[in-house]
Write a protein that binds this ligand. Structure first.
Ligand code: GLA
Length: 376
């Protein structure tokens, strides 16, 4: 199948990453990826790329933070709505505290006390979340400026993401967004390194399947294909225990409204002020497998999540507190959206019983996640 792509080059000498935006196209139907200016930052012009398919789905992403700016999906009557939180203008994203829509790296989620030991070397990371390091540190992949170019095929370019925030080695990273005619947004992550380093890449989109700004997600029904979750301590760092979900508010093995138990008397929910936990996916192998499903009863929209990752961070927007005004003047309150961040487990470099996140020279990091939309 022929594809058109956008290849994004790095603009900063010290931060170089590739973002490819791909759209599957058939010989009969030529898809055009539209590129338009979204503003400027000190590094240069920020571009917004729009991909549309034949089924009425549209994705807009930009070369600042690789951020997914909007995701328009039809409801059961065919009426589209933007199902991700965000801002109308670039300015909002320059102070994107909740990480709306961004690529997260070099390490998604927390590393305890911002440190780990690798090959006998103690690495110190930026501590940007109390004593812990969160989502890559002070300047993670979400704040990197990317520089783009349109290409006709799926060929990436070699790039370098140099040692930043205390992580060892130079990382070459590439992220590809593909919109298919089956209403799927596929995200593919690849990376190589010249020194052993932890790598854990994800995307931080905030979904509300009723449309962003249209109330909270407490009536959304969620299924997670997970029998266990990583228990956390008071600063949301895993204790190391993989706790069974059976008989707890963390059991989403059968579709359940998110609001049914979010306020239950439960120590783990109290620590996080809602759900903000890594679920251990029940996997058959290492390929793309169904991780979860979200259904919004009123619009009929369904989001199915597939991933190659062993975990997913289910976060119910607990830190949204009405202080952020997003798209169309919408005020984002607590639980205005949910995140399903496919990932390896938080703080893995400090837990030898967790699947390893260490990428070594000569190896290629490869991770895939698919968000599939339909109605029922
Ligand atoms: C992840 C974390 C949360 C929070 C959000 C961003 O989901 O687990 O605790 O930091 O990102 O606000």
């Amino acid at each position: 199948m022929k594809t058109r792509s956008i290849i994004i080059f790095p603009a900063l000498v010290s931060s170089v990453t590739t973002l490819a935006l791909l759209q599957a196209s058939s010989p009969q139907r030529k898809h055009v990826i539209k590129k338009q200016a979204f503003g400027t930052v000190s590094e240069g012009r920020v571009d917004l790329y729009t991909m549309r398919n034949s089924r009425g789905m549209e994705v807009r992403a930009m070369n600042y933070g690789g951020i997914i700016v909007s995701l328009r999906v039809p409801d059961r009557k065919g009426v589209p709505a933007d199902v991700v939180l965000g801002f109308d203008t670039l300015d909002g994203y320059l102070n994107n505290k909740p990480y709306f829509g961004a690529i997260i790296g070099r390490y998604g989620n927390r590393i305890a006390n911002g440190k780990f030991t690798l090959n006998g070397l103690e690495c110190h990371l930026a501590r940007n979340n109390g004593a812990n390091s969160l989502h890559g540190g002070l300047r993670g992949f979400d704040k990197v400026f990317w520089h783009g170019e349109q290409a006709e095929n799926n060929q990436g370019i070699g790039t370098v993401f140099t040692c930043e925030e205390g992580y060892p080695g130079n990382l070459k990273a590439k992220v590809t967004y593909t919109l298919t005619d089956q209403n799927e947004l596929q995200i593919e992550y690849e990376a190589t390194t010249d020194k052993a380093t932890p790598v854990n890449l994800t995307n931080h989109s905030y979904f509300n399947l009723a449309g962003e700004g249209n109330g909270d997600i407490l009536k959304h029904e969620l299924m997670l294909n997970a029998d266990r979750f990583t228990l956390v301590g008071s600063t949301l760092i895993p204790t190391g225990e993989l706790r069974s979900v059976a008989g707890t508010p963390f059991d989403f093995t059968k579709p359940t409204a998110i609001g049914a138990r979010v306020d239950a008397n439960n120590e783990q929910l109290a620590i996080a002020h809602g759900y903000d936990h890594n679920f251990v996916l029940t996997r058959k192998g290492s390929g793309l497998e169904l991780a979860g499903r979200v259904h919004e009863p009123q619009s009929g929209r369904v989001l199915e999540l597939y991933t190659t990752e062993p975990g997913v961070q289910f976060y119910t927007g607990n830190f949204l507190d009405g202080t952020i005004t997003g798209k169309h003047g919408h005020v984002y309150n607590k639980h205005a959206a949910l995140c399903l961040e496919t990932q390896h487990f938080p703080d893995s470099p400090n837990h030898s019983n967790f699947p390893s996140t260490i990428l070594k020279p000569g190896q290629t990091y490869h991770s895939r996640t698919v968000y599939k939309f339909f109605t029922e």
